[in-house]
Design a protein. Structure first.
Length: 351
């Protein structure tokens, strides 16, 4: 009986030791699994453009990914009013990236803004400010020799595109920027398939003219909803009948040219951001006005407005980028890249 008691105590001690060891063993198993199968973090916040991170980025749980703020730059002209800043920042632009149609891992970058912003830059020096990784910024200077491309057929499309030049590697390494791939552009097929319509949330990222930032760009993020996908063109002052979307959001001076994203919730664990288009302007109603008037945001004061903003569709941007002249420039660049990177034949036949 004594021996049986001893054996029982021994079994109890073994069970206790095993229970204490289980957390340690589970830790070893998890570590071994991590080493044998590298973990990755899929970021699905940009529609049709999954990004796989080996280490989750700091903003992985944020609604608005940093990538859509980093694509934004501020556009300005020399200040005529004096003050602390020599530049008056009055509009927004953003970078777009188009993949080469024939070469892998080659892309072309474009700066996009509203057409009326580009028109106001004509005949004078202008400036484009982009952030750098050290917490400051770099300012690019342009003049009337810069060629802004408009839509090839639709004169009412308020869009301007500039093929951004290839920058020195040292400067590229300093810039804290991103470029939106054209895969995030909303098209009619995606809109129908994903059920995007009136009531979907929208996000505007751009310049807040009251506080643009002293040493770097501080993009403002505004929220709203899709108010209308019109089935006919909208009469807009100075533009005629415009193909445009309407959103419920109080756009203000400085937001012209800002990218507008529409949020899509295909599942509770996923979020898709499509580029809806860019900000054109809004409607204002004066106290003594009977007829509402439209106002372009780049030239407007911060007036109280109707809260309905006008968006140039993303399809107008891609149609401008694909105009034949820009397509020809890309084709020539691809041909040059192939010529510069083709191997030299080893065989040399002599007489």
């Amino acid at each position: 009986m004594l021996n049986a008691t001893r054996n029982t105590c021994k079994d109890t001690r073994q069970r206790e030791q095993a229970q204490k060891a289980r957390p340690f063993l589970r830790g070893l198993e998890a570590k071994a699994k991590t080493l044998s199968q590298p973990a990755y973090c899929p970021d699905l916040r940009l529609a049709n453009t999954p990004i796989y991170h080996l280490i989750p980025p700091a903003d992985i749980n944020m609604l608005i990914p940093e990538v859509i703020k980093k694509c934004v730059v501020f556009v300005g002209v020399e200040s005529t009013k004096g003050g602390s800043s020599p530049v008056h920042w009055g509009g927004t632009g953003f970078f777009v990236m188009l993949e080469s149609g024939s070469l892998s891992n080659i892309h072309f970058m474009y700066l996009v803004t509203a057409g009326h912003v580009a028109k106001q830059l004509k005949g004078q020096r202008f400036f484009i400010r982009a952030n750098t990784k050290d917490g400051h910024s770099v300012t690019f200077q342009g003049d009337d020799t810069v060629k802004w491309w408009s839509h090839p057929e639709d004169d009412a499309a308020d869009v301007a595109v500039f093929p951004f030049p290839t920058l020195p590697e040292a400067l590229i390494g300093r810039l804290d920027y991103s470029a939106l791939p054209t895969t995030v552009f909303l098209n009619e097929n995606d809109r129908a398939k994903e059920g995007i319509g009136e009531g979907n949330e929208v996000v505007i990222v751009g310049l807040f003219s009251r506080h643009a930032g002293n040493s770097k760009n501080l993009p403002l993020v505004r929220m709203g909803t899709v108010a209308m996908f019109p089935e006919e063109r909208i009469p807009i002052r100075n533009y005629g009948n415009m193909d445009a979307y309407l959103i419920e959001a109080r756009s203000i001076g400085g937001l012209s040219g800002s990218p507008v994203f529409v949020l899509h919730h295909p599942g509770k664990s996923r979020l898709g951001l499509h580029l809806l288009g860019l900000v054109h302007g809004h409607w204002d109603v004066g106290p003594d006005q009977i007829i509402d008037v439209t106002r372009e945001d780049a030239s407007s004061k911060d007036n109280i407005n109707m809260g309905i903003a006008i968006v140039t569709p993303a399809k107008k941007i891609i149609e401008t980028i694909n105009r034949k002249e820009l397509a020809a420039i890309r084709k020539d660049a691809e041909a040059k890249w192939i010529a510069d990177n083709s191997p030299t034949p080893d065989a040399q036949m002599g007489g």
